[in-house]
Design a protein around this ligand. Structure first.
Ligand SMILES: Cc1ncc(COP(=O)(O)O)c(C=O)c1O
Length: 385
């Protein structure tokens, strides 16, 4: 978190997502170190963070972008401009001709989808993406079912028993995505399971993508251990190009969502703070995960504190989170800063209730704010017809 002075603060519209470029540079330095010390190429998972104005900065370190659909693939090709790794839970036949010319790698979620598109991929000219399969490593440390790709009867990835004994002809690589905000020991266990369940295919593979969920930029992540684990895998299988495609870890703690207090409604033992931002529309993971985001200058209430409940701007009854305490009394017009709101926010927002959509901007390394995008009634209307 950088300190923002009042003069800069007054130039930021409300509400607004604000990327802090210096913090993004700090995260990129971690991935730079990993790529220097281990034979791995790191991609940006667009599903977690697609703020393309920041791609020139990300491109200085990351080797490409990974996409989950034609539209993300187009964004990657147009704005990232290097390798485009595409994986879709199920490709639409009408999208495939547009994906083929721009995908460097194209990963299939099932053997049936691979069979359906196999000859189209292998006969694609003048460019042919390197085909892969998503596998289910049957291990995930993720306890929340919503985020666990390896839950029983999962629809994500081919299991070892479905694979049979031979690698389907034409397949170059595997994608294993089974982590979420996980540590290096979960990566180690993933590798052990991939080797145990899919070891018979490894001699024929050209690449192996360990997906996302590697929270290498969290302060307690043991980066050296991850580097050791990756190097050890490479020693055992030196012919395999290693890849990973984190989203969260790249944008982790690199910016905030700033809103404003519109009204204060005291009731019983708390004060409802009515904001111009919404949890359901702008910070949906807070309700889905669920988790309580940090607010700059706020803390957990203690006895005697005024308890503030943060109320979102939609009329969804549950669009609120609490409770928070501040060292000052909140007033109408106060700015409220929700920390760490870059990943899985802008990519998931909605215009539910027609609530004003947060603008998007950045604070540069000199501490100046620049606005990238504002939204209007026309943006809201054009999505509906
Ligand atoms: C296939 C795949 N790759 C990469 C990611 C990015 O994961 P994260 O943002 O947790 O790093 C996801 C997230 O759902 C995913 O499904």
């Amino acid at each position: 978190m950088t300190q923002i002075n009042d003069a800069t603060l007054s130039t930021i519209p409300s509400p607004c997502f604000v990327l802090e470029e210096e913090l993004l540079a700090r995260n990129l330095a971690v991935f730079d170190r990993v790529q220097q010390a281990a034979p791995i190429r790191v991609m940006l998972a667009l599903k977690g963070f697609s703020l393309f104005h920041s791609f020139p900065q990300l491109r200085t370190v990351l080797k490409g972008a990974s996409a989950s659909s034609l539209w993300e693939a187009r964004l990657a090709a147009e704005e990232f401009g290097t390798e485009v790794h595409v994986y879709s839970t199920a490709y639409r036949a009408e999208d495939v001709p547009d994906i083929l010319p721009i995908a460097s790698h194209m990963t299939f979620n099932s053997l049936t989808q691979w069979e359906q598109f196999r000859s189209q991929v292998l006969n694609s000219t003048p460019h042919q993406p390197s085909p892969g399969l998503r596998i289910n490593p049957e291990y995930s440390p993720v306890k929340t079912a919503l985020y666990n790709p390896c839950q029983p009867s999962t629809r994500l990835g081919v299991s070892a028993s479905q694979m049979g004994e031979t690698l389907p002809e034409g397949i170059d690589g595997f994608l294993s995505h089974n982590l979420c905000e996980s540590d290096s020991f979960a990566l180690e266990k993933t590798i052990a399971n991939v080797e145990k369940l899919f070891g018979r295919f490894l001699p024929q593979l050209k690449w192996l993508n360990f997906g996302g969920g590697h929270l290498m930029t969290r302060k307690d992540y043991d980066v050296d251990h991850a580097i050791d684990v990756l190097n050890a895998f490479h020693d055992r299988h030196p012919h395999i190009q290693l890849l990973m495609e984190p989203g969260s870890a790249i944008a982790w703690e690199t910016g905030f969502l700033i809103g404003k207090v519109l009204d204060l409604i005291p009731i019983n033992d708390l004060v409802n703070v009515m904001l111009d931002v919404s949890f359901t529309a702008h910070m949906p993971d807070c309700l889905e995960m669920p988790y309580k985001p940090a607010i700059r200058g706020a803390r957990a209430p203690e006895t005697g504190d005024t308890m503030y409940r943060m109320g979102g701007s939609s009329c969804l009854a549950g669009d609120f989170l609490g409770d928070y305490a501040f060292d000052r009394e909140l007033k109408v017009g106060d700015r409220i800063i929700f920390e760490d709101m870059m990943h899985y926010t802008m990519v998931k927002t909605s215009m539910f209730n027609g609530v004003v959509h947060p603008s998007i901007g950045r604070i540069d390394k000199e501490g100046n704010f620049k606005l990238w995008r504002e939204f209007s009634y026309e943006d809201y209307r054009s999505r509906l017809g």
